[in-house]
Design a protein around this ligand. Structure first.
Ligand SMILES: C[S@@+](CC[C@H](N)C(=O)[O-])C[C@H]1O[C@@H](n2cnc3c(N)ncnc32)[C@H](O)[C@@H]1O
Length: 359
């Protein structure tokens, strides 16, 4: 279950259970079987593919590929239908989950005049009909759907807690800005890990920010949520110790990524740091091919572009130094130079983008 008790009826639970099981078998049975076929095919070639694009060419001819690719996209569409049915049929009961409390310890700054970027409204991100911004139901739909996407392994937001505990610079921080905070699951662990800091969550989506604010208040976590573009936050310069973002840069075109990194550099005090949880190339052509295609099939068209882009160069152009990617093992170790662990099933090979503003 998400923080909100969205799915209660027998029919909704059955639909969700079906989709979750389909997704698990895709990840733990179909993916390793596809990989075996790939390795057998590569063994018969004179030269093995050296990057994800070449590996994709080999993958397309495998017997299991049509199943793998269709089930990846089909179960995602089934998932949104099941979750939307559950949320919309109980909307009157669920709507109060977004209501602002009368005596908040944090705050919510919405900007009804904010013009949403075209890249954001033109694509139904993750195949979620209407995206995460078009009406209030979309926030609860996204909250519940995100649990299934993570195979219910992130129900307690363990991945995000691992990020706060292992990927953030140590020490005391006065201000942390979380870009693309969504419904707050990346922001709340920052408050737990750095209780003295002022934590600010920035997002374009008013529905998500309403849910983020209401949930943080219910849990007693003081957070300032602000509706703005991460490329133009409207916050004062040189006041943040760390600017973070989890799972956000791959959702925008590269010009926008560069603008967000430039804005992050502007927000940082000298000596401050950025930490973004993202995708980069893994060095394993087969895995990279499946991540590229995950982006394409899941309506996240900038995943492959981000993986091929010179993001470290963007950091340097923004005035940040020592830019680097470090693997992030979302299940156990968090930030780890040892990679993602030897796990046969499909999982996201996350990486943390780090850089510093010169002192
Ligand atoms: C996949 S969600 C990640 C949310 C959260 N950080 C997490 O880890 O669960 C991406 C979020 O980024 C937001 N977003 C996309 N483009 C943005 C931008 N230019 N500025 C601020 N937020 C943005 C979306 O509205 C969405 O809530």
């Amino acid at each position: 279950m998400g923080m909100t008790d969205t799915v209660t009826s027998f029919d909704d639970r059955a639909a969700m259970g079906f989709v979750l099981t389909l997704r698990r078998r895709w990840a733990d049975t179909l993916y390793p079987a596809l990989q075996s076929q790939y390795e057998a095919a590569v063994a018969h070639r004179d030269e093995a593919p050296t990057d994800g694009h070449a590996a994709a060419e080999v993958m397309h001819d495998l017997e299991l590929y049509p199943w793998f690719s269709w089930i990846e996209r089909g179960q995602q569409k089934m998932m949104w239908r099941a979750v939307q049915d559950a949320v919309i049929s109980r909307w009157n009961e669920l709507a109060p989950n977004l209501a602002a409390p009368s005596d908040p310890i944090g705050s919510l700054e919405l900007d009804p005049q904010l013009e949403l970027p075209r890249y954001y409204t033109a694509v139904d991100i993750h195949l979620q009909p209407g995206g995460v911004w078009s009406d209030d139901t979309s926030a609860l739909v996204y909250e519940e759907g995100a649990q299934i996407v993570m195979l219910r392994d992130n129900d307690e937001y363990r991945f995000h807690t691992l990020f706060a505990e292992t990927a953030m610079p140590q020490g005391t921080h006065e201000r942390i800005v979380d870009i693309g905070c969504g419904f707050g699951k990346s922001t709340r662990p920052l408050v737990d890990r750095f209780p003295g800091a002022e934590v600010i969550g920035i997002d374009l989506s008013a529905p998500n920010l309403k849910l983020a604010h209401a949930t943080a208040e219910r849990l007693g976590k003081p957070i300032r949520f602000r509706q703005a573009d991460g490329a133009q936050t409207g916050l004062e310069p040189e006041a943040a110790d760390v600017v973070t973002g989890t799972m956000v840069l791959h959702e925008m075109p590269m010009k926008h990524v560069e603008a967000v990194l430039t804005e992050a550099a502007r927000l940082l005090r000298p000596g401050g740091s950025i930490r973004f949880l993202e995708f980069s190339r893994t060095g394993d052509p087969f895995r990279d091919a499946t991540v590229y295609e995950h982006g394409e099939r899941n309506n996240e068209p900038w995943i492959p572009v981000l993986m091929d882009a010179d993001v470290l160069g963007m950091c340097e152009r923004a005035g940040l130094v020592e830019p680097r990617w470090t693997p992030f093992d979302e299940r156990e170790r968090g930030l780890s130079t040892d990679g993602w662990g030897d796990r046969p099933e499909w999982h996201f090979p996350w990486s943390v983008l780090s850089a510093e503003k010169p002192a």
